[in-house]
Design a protein around this ligand. Structure first.
Ligand code: Q46
Ligand code: ZN
Ligand code: ZN
Length: 309
C-alpha cells in the first residue's frame, strides 16, 4: 500500500477515511487534524494557557506533544495516585511523563502527589472509605476532578485539555444510552463549559481520533508511553463496551465515528437543550471549590471519613 500524498510505502491505513499515509505524512495529517478540531469546536486560542492532564499513556502524551508542536502554551499536570499493587503502575507512568518533559525544552509540568498532600494513596483511601470499597475508580474520579480544577484555577490556566479519543467517547456514550442516562448524554461534548467560578473549562481535542490513530502517532513519532492499563481498569464496564463497539467497527468501518458524530449533530440541533440540568453550586467550606454537596465538597469529606467497619 502506498502513501496517498507521496507514493512511498504507507505505514498506516485508515479504512474509515480510505486513507493510507507514510511515516512523514501520517504525523503531519494527525497534527493538522488536531488543529482543525481545536478551531472547529472553538476550544482555545494561541493566547490561552492550556493545562494538559497527562497520565503517561499514549493519548495524553501525544496530545501534549501535538499542542507544543502547534505552538500552544501547554503545560502538563500529572496526578500521582500512588497505585502500586505489585506492578508499580504510578511510579512507572510518572517516569514516562518526566522523561517526556525532560526531552523537550518547553514542556513544563506540575505533579500533584496525593499521598504527600493528603496522607494516603488512592488505594489506601479507597480501602478506608465506603465509596471506594470494592472499586477505587469512583474515588479516583473524585480525586482527579478535584486536582484538575484546583491546578487549573491556582495556575491561572484558561482551559484543561484531556486526551480522550473517539473510542473513549463512543464507549461512554454507549454506556449512557444503555442506561438512558439522559443528563449525562446531554453533557457529553468536545467542550464542557466551566460550570462555575474556579472550575475548569474542559476540552477534548482528540475526540475525533480513533484509539489506533493516537497509538500510531505515538509509535511513529517515538513517544515512549506506558503500555499497561491501570490495574483497576481490568473488568471495567467501559472496556467491555469498547470490545462490543470494536466488533461492530470491524464489520462496518466508521460505526464509532457515526455514533459519536450523531450525538454532536443532535446537540447542535438543540435536541438536549431541555435535558441539561442546572445544578446549584456553592463554595466548599474547606477548600473553596464549588460543589453541589452541602457544607464540605465530596473530596474534602473523603479525607475526613472514618474507616468503614
Ligand atoms: S479511574 Fe480506575 Fe482509571 Fe483511576 S483507578 Fe485506574 S482505572 S486510573 S481512568
Ligand atoms: Zn507520504
Ligand atoms: Zn472541598
Amino acid at each position: 500500500m502506498k502513501c496517498r500524498k507521496c507514493g512511498r510505502p504507507a505505514v498506516f491505513n485508515m479504512r474509515q477515511h480510505k486513507l493510507a499515509l507514510c511515516q512523514v505524512h501520517y504525523p503531519e495529517w494527525f497534527v493538522a487534524q488536531t488543529a482543525r478540531a481545536i478551531e472547529k469546536y472553538h476550544m482555545f486560542t494561541p493566547d490561552d494557557r492550556v493545562l494538559v492532564a497527562v497520565s503517561g499513556g499514549k493519548d495524553s502524551l501525544a496530545l501534549w506533544d501535538v499542542l507544543l508542536q502547534l505552538g500552544y502554551r501547554a503545560d502538563g499536570l500529572y496526578i500521582d495516585l500512588g497505585i502500586d499493587d505489585g506492578v508499580g503502575y504510578s511510579a512507572a507512568s510518572r517516569a514516562k511523563v518526566e522523561q517526556f518533559a525532560a526531552a523537550r525544552a518547553n514542556a513544563h509540568f506540575t505533579i500533584v502527589d496525593i499521598k504527600a498532600e493528603y496522607g494516603e494513596t488512592l488505594p489506601e483511601a479507597a480501602r478506608r472509605t465506603r465509596r471506594g470499597r470494592g472499586k477505587p475508580c469512583s474515588v479516583c474520579g473524585l480525586i482527579k476532578r478535584h486536582a484538575m480544577n484546583r491546578i487549573t484555577r491556582d495556575g491561572g490556566y484558561d482551559v484543561l485539555a484531556t486526551g480522550h479519543n473517539l473510542d473513549d467517547e463512543a464507549a461512554v456514550l454507549f454506556g449512557n444510552v444503555l442506561h438512558w442516562q439522559t443528563g449525562y448524554i446531554a453533557r457529553q461534548a468536545p467542550v464542557l463549559p466551566a460550570s462555575g467560578e474556579g472550575l475548569a473549562r474542559k476540552v477534548k481535542p482528540f475526540c475525533r481520533f480513533y484509539e489506533r490513530e493516537t497509538a500510531a502517532y505515538a509509535l511513529i513519532t517515538g513517544i515512549d508511553y506506558i503500555y499497561d492499563e491501570c490495574p483497576y481498569a481490568v473488568g471495567a464496564t467501559s472496556i467491555r463496551h469498547k470490545g462490543i463497539l470494536n466488533q461492530m467497527e470491524e464489520e462496518a468501518p466508521g460505526t464509532k465515528m457515526q455514533f459519536y458524530l450523531g450525538l454532536l449533530r443532535a446537540r447542535k440541533e438543540g435536541l438536549f437543550r431541555e435535558l441539561a440540568e442546572e445544578v446549584e453550586l456553592h463554595p466548599c467550606a474547606n477548600c473553596g471549590q464549588l460543589t453541589s454537596a452541602p457544607g464540605l465538597c465530596t473530596f474534602c469529606r473523603l479525607w475526613r471519613e472514618a474507616p468503614a467497619p
